[in-house]
Ligand binder design. Sequence first.
Ligand code: SF4
Ligand code: SF4
Length: 449
Amino acid sequence: MVQPKRTWIYPKIIKGKLYKYRALLSYFLLALLFSAPFLKVNGEQLILLNVLARKFVFFGLVFWPQDFYLFVLALLTFIVFIVLFTVVFGRVFCGWVCPQTIFLEMVFRRIENWIEGDRIQQQKLDDGPLTADKLFKKTLKHTLFLGISFLIANTFLAYLIGSDTLIQIITEPINAHLSGFISIGIFSLLFYLVFSRMRELVCTVACPYGRLQGVLLDNQSILVAYDYTRGEPRQKIKKGVESEHGDCIDCNLCVQVCPTGIDIRNGTQMECVNCTACIDACDMVMEKVHRPLRLIGFKSETEIKTKSAFKVSPKVYGYTGVLLALISFLLFLLFTRSPVKTTILRASGTLYQLNDVNGTVSNLYTAEMVNKTNGTIAFQIVPDNKSAKIQYIEKPDSITYDGSTKTTFFLILPQAGIEKYKTSVGFRILSKGKVLDRFETTFIAPPKP
Ligand code: SF4
Ligand code: SF4
């Protein structure tokens, strides 16, 4: 089967009101994206997503594999938030916040326009023969594209492996970090291909979120939409010809600015990333022809059809309820999260030891404590039962940052107080008088006859 040839899109850039807001938001997000792995809070980088070491940091809070349930819950909350946001505001996240759009529209596209000129000049350059000027412009553009892709790849890796490790890779000899260098090279090439070749295909073909729109959107969702009740029948302006027609003068400017190459007048389409470029373009035209603005604007289908004000659908109330419940539960778990995670096991092959001289029974345990904070923790284990005593075989006093420690000890109880073969015993991990964790295990002993 012959694949249809891709039509290369040369969008026109119109710096309207919304474009300026979008640019400001993009500068802020770009600054955050590039600086977050290099900013430190409580000695930790602002955001770290180290999948390999299973360590995640958000604003100074460290999450380890033991916090996986929190991670899953946070992910679930985020998904519900995105769904809710999409149901109400459509795909505006794609056009205004997604790094793919921000880099493409605010960085790569601008460089392209700066070097090759506007859409008509770019088209001419691409269609024309290879001249010294074309060679120079193309070489300069792709060199800059590669350089920025290299920068993005490094930042991306700083999120994954940590900025300190990244700096080590960059500053030390290549052979000491061969796999690190290969990863930087692969990611740089990948980003270069995405922004120089794939472009809008990432949003229209590859991105699963875009494909979900059909399921999530309804007639109440606010989207970038064309007001066909006002615009149709469209007609080009002809000098001296007056006729009854809608506000759309069929100038095609909304199509020319569209980065995904669609005509929004054909209705809501999966390819629309809600970048709002067509709103700016059409507003500019409406201003010129002295017609009210927002022939294309943020509107719901119901709003256009019935000219009624925006109404929240029952679906939104449902999602909001679920989202609030998830956020409350997540916050509760976050605030009650213990800084130490303890696992305790009775030493294998042992049951109990009777001491007939002083009438006590002892069990041997091994406990492992994982430090989930960003500092070393001095600690002591205290049994809940006041008559119980601990006799250590191996006694560490602290758990180092980023690590865990093991302790082996006997728990000794007077046999007189034991009523069952298996008794539940509780412990607290104390640090500077503060309870860091609580854990329980079973104590085995023959009841006193
Ligand atoms: S920019 Fe406005 S007037 Fe021009 S074609 Fe698009 S909708 Fe019609
Ligand atoms: S239709 Fe308008 S909002 Fe949608 S992608 Fe094209 S220009 Fe952006």
